[in-house]
Design a protein around this ligand. Structure first.
Ligand code: MSP
Length: 525
């Protein structure tokens, strides 16, 4: 399959601290990329940071440093968090990098040359101390919703992208490509939005007011609107580490597709993972920008739901922001990843509560998965001198478990193709549960007492194999813990691959390695 060869997350604002929501999107992308690698699909996984704009400029001023220094100081929060959370991205893009600035300038120039960008006048309600515009709806009482001070009517020259000219094309495109915007509810939301006439998009800010941005190549008194800059990151990274653009390229789209084989391969297979908060920018602004540039569309835009905290929106002002590393420090990184993936139904909102992660940790991980491993390793120690036994004759009980193991990959991969990682995990955890029940039903401890050695060997081998296969399918979510599990069962851990999903790979005679519990019970929040 070539479903998920290029996977992106939104690029996060550097002025913020990574929180549960950022961690969710990034772990989801990492899990999908790891599943793709498991299946043998070449994968390119991109994340990064959005570093221009007013907030960074302002906080730099407050700290008495340059905006670049401010961005350099804060980008590490994201990089360190991703490293801790076992995120294995192929590229980390920062919008202040030279490779990206070149791409944005080139795109602006190409659109200007084509007449897709024009100079016009922008009118709106402006808050002078906050240096920002508000819409009439925001300032119904004449006051700035942020600082409460009076706003004033202002009109100024700016540059506009002819977004309205692409509206009919976009509607037809979305209608003809049912999988372009997913899930269905978000697609309907976009189609609903597109029933109103689409305006043109103001894509500049006067540099005298906001200098921390990319200058318009055709008018250096202006910088680019931050979203115009940010969205293009996905193209920059697809162009490779140097992002080389052909000299004086006018046919930006067709030209790139012809001149850059890497880009031509990656771009049409791109899947953008986003939160529902940034649907319009990705599903309306971005496709029209690409279309104006003459580029094809990415394969899919997938908007996931919102993580709330105890049913309430997470926000700094409410003081309920959940920090990913706080949870990872208590439950372990992999358990935290498991929780995020298991608890969120794609397309819906999820609510974080401390009880929920505690319950998932105890029931799914410590009890079902962790106990299965310790029972198997302990019994192999007791009844088989600590070595993987050679199986003897199978009975119906083994055949039933084997059938479940053999049939598991298809539905798991099918769920992953729907981006339903929660369903995929449910299927694998059913196998873990079935393996526990198999041990209960076949009771090797009773057989051992009765001296039925062959039977004990068959049961322990079959149980260990079922757990090993489950661990391969869990490894995209729990990469570090599943490597430990596999080592305990006597297999050399390696990056999981499809071939590991067949039964019978454990070699009889290999020593099992007893160790600490995989998910210790004495965690304290
Ligand atoms: N910089 C823009 C994105 C530009 S992409 C070309 C931005 N950045 S952000 O730092 O605000 O991060 C937005 C993303 O973080 C959301 O789209 C979503 O992926 C994630 N989340 C932020 N809060 C969230 C929740 N409470 N719940 C789930 N995810 C949310 O917007």
């Amino acid at each position: 399959m070539d479903e998920f060869t290029y996977i992106t997350t939104p690029i996060y604002y550097v002025n913020d601290e990574p929180h549960l929501g950022h961690a969710y999107t990034t772990v989801l992308a990492d899990v999908l990329a790891r599943f793709a690698r498991l299946r043998g699909t070449p994968t390119f996984f991109l994340t990064g940071t959005d570093e221009h704009g007013q907030k960074v400029e302002r906080s730099a001023r407050e700290h008495g440093i340059t905006p670049q220094e401010q961005a350099d100081a804060t980008v590490v929060r994201f990089q360190e968090t991703w490293q801790r959370l076992h995120i294995r991205h192929d590229d980390f893009i920062r919008t202040t990098e030279a490779r990206h600035i070149r791409v944005v300038e080139s795109a602006l120039q190409a659109l200007w040359d084509k007449g897709e960008i024009y100079a016009g006048s922008y009118e709106g309600w402006y808050c002078v101390p906050d240096e920002r515009y508000w819409t009439a709806k925001d300032v119904a009482d004449g006051l700035c919703p942020d600082c409460g001070r009076p706003v004033e009517r202002l009109s100024e020259k700016n540059y506009f992208f002819r977004m309205s000219a692409h509206q009919d094309w976009l509607v037809a495109y979305v209608e003809a490509h049912p999988d372009f915007i997913r899930p269905e509810s978000r697609r309907n939301e976009v189609l609903g939005f597109l029933r109103q006439p689409l305006g043109d998009l103001c894509i500049s800010r006067p540099a005298e007011r906001l200098s921390w941005g990319i200058r318009l190549p055709f008018d250096p008194d202006y910088v680019t609107y931050v979203w115009f800059d940010a969205l293009l990151n996905y193209v920059t990274a697809a162009l490779g580490p140097q992002a080389v653009l052909p000299e004086g390229i006018s046919d930006w789209g067709g030209g790139l597709l012809r001149s850059d084989a890497r880009f031509a391969t990656l771009w049409p297979r791109c899947v953008h993972l986003i939160g529902k908060d940034i649907l319009t920018t990705h599903a309306v602004y971005w496709p029209t920008m690409l279309h104006a540039l003459g580029l094809p569309q990415p394969r899919m835009i997938f908007a996931h739901g919102w993580w709330n905290v105890e049913g309430i929106k997470m926000s700094k002002s409410l003081g309920n922001v959940v920090r990913p590393l706080d949870l990872a420090n208590v439950y372990g990184v992999d358990a935290f990843r498991y929780f995020l993936m298991r608890e969120m139904t794609p397309g819906r909102d999820a609510s974080f509560t401390p009880d929920l992660i505690e319950a998932r940790y105890r029931s799914d991980l410590a009890n079902d998965l962790g106990n299965l491993l310790s029972r198997l390793v302990a019994m192999t120690g007791r009844y088989c001198e600590g070595r993987i036994p050679a199986p003897a004759t199978e009975t119906d009980a083994e055949r039933a478990l084997r059938a479940q193991v053999e049939g598991i990959s298809e539905p798991v991969f099918e769920a992953i193709e729907r981006l339903a990682v929660n369903d995929a995990l449910g299927i694998v955890m059913d196998l873990v549960g079935a393996t526990n029940r198999y041990l209960e039903a076949t009771a090797p401890w009773t057989r051992a007492k009765a001296g039925e050695t062959g039977r004990v060997h068959t049961i322990l081998y079959t149980g260990a194999e079922a757990l090993r296969v489950a661990s391969v399918l869990l490894s995209p979510v729990l990469p570090e813990r599943m490597a430990v599990l596999q080592r305990s069962l006597g297999c050399e851990p390696r990056d999981p691959r499809r071939a590991d999903l067949v039964l019978g790979l454990l070699t009889p005679g290999t020593a099992v390695v007893p160790g600490e519990p995989l998910f210790p019970k004495d965690v304290t929040a």
